[in-house]
Design a protein around this ligand. Structure first.
Ligand code: CAA
Length: 259
């Protein structure tokens, strides 16, 4: 919590909050910021007292994308050899604990892509999403051409990626990019309450649930369903599965052992 310059972290009960905090550049995702983000994700992932994370930005910007000023002099050799997105950014998609994106303001380019790496997105009513890379003579490089169509389908994804236009929160909710839209003033309360609800479940259960949903985007229906079935069976080895079903039968609240 102490040493970060481009992010802030905070815990609220079992929820770990990471706030992107580089206001002078609308949270553009420079290398230093992404390195700190990786450290914060690792710390919450390793912390047994954390059951869910929230990734957010400011009221004005979740993140306005990769840092264009940092990228503009890079050569092909540089970006190929450094592969900074694979090495740094993809950590957001690789954490095993649930992570919710709370998006207000701009989520553009890499900002939109980073929000999509989270498990789902809650948007404030002032949120603006877009993949403007085409206007820079390039294309999305952090999953925009792959995750956006999986969220919203081909037609809307092509529209966004080829025109570079922004969509507002209402359109983002209509097309399924975000799970819900809330008034800006309520964004963090809502996101934290949602994360607390998730963090109050059995942690191994939420972790395998996340893994199973993510399989849907990696494989065929029959293989995905097979994975789900085996994983469902495997949950019968969890202490908390016995406890959850016993508690239901006894009309009481479950006392999770593994949270
Ligand atoms: N990189 C670096 N700096 C950025 C930035 C970015 N992506 N976005 C904003 N900034 C900086 C601006 O340069 C400006 O800095 P100065 O004060 O030093 O000039 C500061 O943040 C404030 O921005 P604006 O003055 O532009 O603010 P605005 O309210 O007028 O406009 C905006 C807001 C529409 C978001 C505009 O800043 C913008 O278009 N930003 C760039 C969006 C973009 O193209 N993102 C895609 C990046 S490429 C990418 O992400 C690749 C990938 O897939 C990984």
């Amino acid at each position: 919590t102490a040493a970060y310059e481009n992010i802030q972290t905070e815990t609220r009960g079992r929820v770990g909050i990471i706030r992107l905090n580089r206001p002078k550049a609308l949270n553009a995702l420079c290398a230093d910021l992404v390195r700190e983000l990786g450290q914060a994700l690792d710390a919450f992932e390793a912390d047994a007292n954390i059951g869910c994370m929230v990734l957010t930005g400011s009221d004005k910007a979740f993140a306005a994308g990769a840092d264009i000023k940092e990228m503009k002099e890079k050569t092909y050799q540089d970006v190929f050899l450094q592969d900074f997105i694979t090495v740094g950014w993809e950590k957001v998609s690789q954490v095993r604990k649930p992570i919710v994106a709370a998006v207000a303001g701009y989520a553009l380019g890499g900002g939109c892509e980073m929000a999509m790496m989270c498990d789902f997105i809650i948007a404030a009513d002032n949120a603006k999403f877009g993949q403007p890379e085409i206007t820079l003579g390039t294309i999305p490089g952090a999953g925009g051409t792959q995750r956006l169509p999986r969220y919203v389908g081909k037609s809307k994804a092509m529209d966004m990626v080829l025109t570079g236009r922004m969509m507002d929160a209402a359109e983002a909710e209509r097309c399924g990019l975000v799970s819900r839209v809330v008034p800006l003033a309520q964004l963090m309360d809502d996101a934290i309450a949602t994360a607390e609800k998730i963090a109050g479940m059995s942690l191994p259960a939420t972790m395998v649930a996340k893994e199973a949903v993510n399989r849907a985007f990696e494989t065929t229906l029959s293989e995905g369903v097979r994975f789900e079935r085996r994983t469902f069976h495997a949950t019968f080895a969890f202490d908390d599965r016995s406890e959850g079903m016993a508690a239901f039968a006894e009309k009481r609240k479950p006392g999770w052992k593994h949270r």
